[in-house]
Design a protein around this ligand. Structure first.
Ligand code: TXA
Ligand code: MG
Length: 339
């Protein structure tokens, strides 16, 4: 494995070698504006299979194909409607994934045998250049072992993935920190399959928006859902976690203190304002943008602190709050209290 350090330079020529590696069937870890991806040539069945092996990912959980220009969409997807085209024109490049009808050129391993394919044009310049140099759509899930918090910096994931890839491109901390919004258009309604930085409020400018009911609810293993990824354990530290939320800060603090007192060693992940109130705490900042930027890193950090319980303060579900709560509920395996 080789590391390509792009943290302090924009000499994109350095990425050519990684682009070639992708073309030749190797795996490359690269930054995007959301989280790091572990990428392979999305048109090469064997290369894509090696992503599933590296992550220990269930094969029915489809991957997103990453593209660097609009022409590439038509190579992999068909029957694109006006609304789908409008969304792509407006929201790309950016943290937005759209599920489209796939063309036969896309191997079934990419899509978990579905006849649709998730497509995203990232805005991160390193990601875009890597796709350009590889000259193929790059299949890439988040860079982490399946079930663990997604990687938002190299330090967090290097140990778990370094033996499995040809190159790691270090672009520093990712800007957003939560994965892209995944949508599918059905009958001119925009269904949000996974919430992200592009919110329900943003999307409602273009059409009626339906938030998939599984976003904040536990999913039964056997049912068919629009987004297969939603049913698997995800983002979870090894330590037991509980998510606590209240609109009323006083009620919230007393509930957290009550739980804190039930354990020998407890860690509270909270905001800048409340941090001094607890015995052992970490702050996720003060805005929802701060939280989305830091949360996966903090979950990994918390896991190393050897505590009996991690208590996480929740947020309201408005705008990007929905994406934060979706990730936190799953990190806590739906262990949730609202007071
Ligand atoms: O921000 C992101 O989206 C990151 C970066 C690397 O681009 N990628 C990412 O990929 O989060 P992954 O594999 O961890 O999550 C992809 C999600 C899964 O929940 C999957 O089920 C859903 O997208 N998905 C992909 N293709 C789909 C399809 N054809 N139909 C429905 N859901 C799909
Ligand atoms: Mg993931």
């Amino acid at each position: 494995m080789n590391i390509i350090d792009m943290k302090n330079n924009n000499n994109y020529e350095l990425l050519k070698i990684a682009g070639n590696a992708i073309k030749n069937g190797e795996l490359v870890i690269f930054p995007t504006e959301t989280v790091y991806g572990i990428g392979a040539n999305g048109l090469d069945k064997t290369a894509v299979e090696s992503i599933f092996i590296a992550k220990g990912r269930k094969t029915d959980n489809p991957l997103i194909l990453h593209i660097s220009n609009m022409d590439m969409v038509n190579d992999i997807a068909k029957d694109i409607t006006d609304l789908e085209q409008l969304l792509m024109n407006e929201l790309w490049p950016g943290p937005f994934t759209i599920v489209l009808n796939k063309k036969d050129i896309v191997p079934d391993v990419v899509t978990g045998n579905l006849n649709t394919v998730g497509v995203r044009m990232p805005s991160n310049e390193i990601a875009r250049k890597l796709i350009e140099y590889s000259n193929v759509p790059i299949a890439a899930p988040s860079a982490n072992i399946s079930g663990k918090p997604s990687g938002t910096n190299i330090e967090d994931i290097i140990d778990e993935l370094k033996d499995k890839v040809g190159y790691i491109i270090d672009g520093g901390d990712t800007k957003i920190g939560l994965e892209s919004t995944v949508v599918r258009v059905i009958d001119n309604n925009i269904h949000i399959l996974r919430p992200g930085y592009i919110t329900q409020e943003d999307l409602s400018k273009y059409a009626n928006v339906i938030v998939d009911k599984h976003i904040l609810n536990k999913i039964d293993d056997n049912i068919d859902i629009l987004s297969p990824g939603m049913k698997y354990k995800h983002y979870a530290p090894n330590t037991k976690c509980i998510l606590v939320y209240s609109e009323d800060n006083n009620k919230l603090i007393s509930k957290i203190k009550e739980i804190e007192n039930q354990y020998n060693k407890c860690l509270v992940i909270t905001n800048d304002k409340n941090i001094k109130l607890f015995k052992n705490s970490l702050s996720y900042g003060s805005t929802k943008e701060d939280i989305s930027h830091l949360i996966f890193k903090l979950l990994r950090e918390a896991d190393k602190m050897n505590v009996d319980m991690i208590i996480i303060e929740g947020v309201d579900q408005k705008d990007i709050g929905l994406a934060i709560m979706n990730r936190l509920l799953r990190a806590c395996s739906y262990n949730y209290i609202e007071v």
